[in-house]
Each structure stands twice: as C-alpha cells, then as structure tokens.
Design a protein around this ligand. Structure first.
Ligand code: 0O2
Length: 278
C-alpha cells in the first residue's frame, strides 16, 4: 500500500461504516415501529484515525504494507444494548446475515471471558463487501456489542489508556477493575428488574403512538374542513395533560367514531349530541 494515500485507502472503510451503521439503525427503527422489543439501544460507528492505525501497527508489529490484511478494526461499529441478554440477541441477528451481506470471521466473547483490564464486550469480526470504483472490495470490520454500563467503563478506560500511553499506573488500574466490577453488578441488577423497565418502555411507546395517531386523526378532520376542530384539539390537550393512557385511548376511540360519522355524512360542525369527544 502507498502510505501517502491514507485518505484514499480509508474511503471503502468509511463507506462500510456508513452502510453497516445504516443497516443496524434501520433494523432498530423497524423493530420499534412494529412495537417489538428492540435489543439495540443505539449504534455508533467510526473509522480508526491514521495515528491510531500507526500506533496499533507499531504495538502489534504489523508492517504498514500488511495493515489491510491484518488489522481487523479499521472500520468499527459499536452496538449498545440496555441489557446483557440483548447482546446475544444482536449477535444472533448478525449471524443470520452471515453469508448474506457479510461474512463472519471470528467472534470474541469478552463477557464470559473478560479481559484482565476489566474490559467486557462481545466482538464479531466480519468481512463486508464494498462496491468501489475499482470493483468489489472486501473490507474488514469489527462489530462491538456491549451494554451501556460496559460502554461507559470502556470509554473512560480507553481515554486513560491514551493519557498514560497504555501504561496506566497500578493504583488506577485497581480502581478501574473495581469500577468494572461495579459495572458488572449494575448490569446484573438491571437484568433483574428488566421486565419492569420494559413495561415502562412499552407504556411510554404506546402513549407516543397514541399521540401520533390522535394528532394524525385531528389533522385529517382539519383538512376535511371540520369547523370545530380547534375545540377538539383543545380537548385533546386537556386529556393529554391528565397523563392517563386509558383516557387517551378513550379519546382516540371517540375521535374514530367522529371521523366515521364525518366520512358518512360530511358536515361542517357537530351538533351537541354528536360531540362525543367533548
Ligand atoms: P480503538 O481506539 O478503540 O480502535 P488489542 O487492541 O490488542 O486489545 P485486538 O487483538 O486488536 O486487541 O482485538 P480486540 O481484542 O478485538 O480489540 C480491539 C478493540 O477492542 C480495541 O481497539 C478496543 O476498541 C477494544 N478493546 C479491547 N480491549 C480493550 C480494553 O482493555 N479496554 C478498552 N477500553 N477497549 C478495549 P483499539 O485499537 O485498542 O482501540
């Protein structure tokens, strides 16, 4: 590889990160829209900086000419989950894509078998085919799957590792290990109350969906030319402020009745008897 052309060398890696993060985000969006539990909380991606590539190549004795073949994490995607259980769900989703749009090279389980530093994460190294102007290029990428607690710990430890040039003082190392233990306990606790958290999330999602549906329904009535739409909207705001899911549901049902009535017999305003949403 011509090392002067780093920018050019990194183009397919940038494309791979864009595509992979895009695919995982799309998966997450679809799951949420279908009201299913999504194991992905959020997705990040990055291309390793040239200085980090050089530092890692030096540290691992990789000759610059072999960076492309031997460095697996120039393209990196990080998938953050809420619960430890979600990590294997994400891994299963990735395995389903093996041979479809990517090829799994290796899986590294630093959760069952944490690193001595205290690092915990699940890694899947893949090869991802990229369409470039010079044809298809197989790009190596590393997918790291971890919980928010694991990510918090790794981010802090990573900064310290750079600050101390990979030689973190022993005292600090000990504190990091005890922080890793605390992060492990946090994950265990969160898993224990997982059902409760998920129920809160389900209610919140249901409320958000209901609000969207009601606003959509009011919008349709508004564009159909219903006269007392402001009144209905004001009533909706009052119901919304009561923060009661049942009342929102009831409001939506009444709005649907109103909407059907209006479709059957278009009129410009409702008589008091028809004003069920009032
Ligand atoms: P960056 O800046 O995130 O790209 P090694 O680098 O020797 O630890 P190896 O064999 O290249 O590991 O592969 P591995 O174990 O899959 O690790 C690759 C990446 O995992 C690292 O890349 C880190 O992002 C992360 N990682 C691995 N071990 C640790 C750790 O102890 N602490 C933290 N914070 N992250 C870790 P880079 O190139 O080290 O860093």
């Amino acid at each position: 590889m011509n090392i002067i052309k780093w920018e050019e060398f990194l183009i397919p890696y940038e494309q791979a990160v864009d595509e992979l993060t895009g695919k995982f985000r799309a998966y997450s969006r679809e799951m949420r829209k279908k009201g299913l539990h999504c194991p992905i909380e959020y997705v990040e991606g990055r291309v390793k900086k040239v200085s980090s590539i050089l530092e890692k190549a030096h540290r691992k004795g990789i000759h610059y000419g072999q960076v492309e073949e031997r460095m697996e994490d120039i393209a990196g995607v990080r998938i953050i989950c809420r619960f430890v259980e979600d990590i294997q769900r994400v891994a299963a989703v990735i395995r389903e894509r093996n041979g479809v749009d990517m090829e799994i090279i290796e899986e590294k389980d630093y959760i069952s078998d944490g690193k001595s530093s205290g690092y915990r994460s699940y890694h899947i190294n893949i090869r991802y085919p990229m369409w470039t102007v010079n044809g298809v290029k197989s790009v190596a990428a590393e997918i790291q799957i971890r919980t928010m607690a694991m990510n918090f710990w790794a981010t802090i430890e990573h900064s310290l590792k750079y600050k101390y040039n990979h030689n973190i003082p022993r005292e600090l190392q000990k504190r990091l290990i005890s922080a890793a233990e605390a992060s492990y306990s946090l994950d265990v606790e969160m898993s224990a109350i997982r059902e409760e958290i998920m129920e809160v999330q389900r209610v919140l999602n249901r409320k958000n969906d209901l609000v969207d549906e009601i606003i959509g329904g009011i919008g349709v009535l508004y564009t159909s030319g219903l006269n007392n739409i402001e009144e209905i909207h004001a009533r909706f705001l009052m119901v919304y402020e009561q923060d009661d899911l049942e009342k929102l549901l009831e409001f939506k049902r009444q709005l649907e009745v109103l909407s059907d009535l209006y479709k059957a017999t278009p009129y410009k305003s409702f008589s008091p008897a028809d004003r069920s949403v009032r």
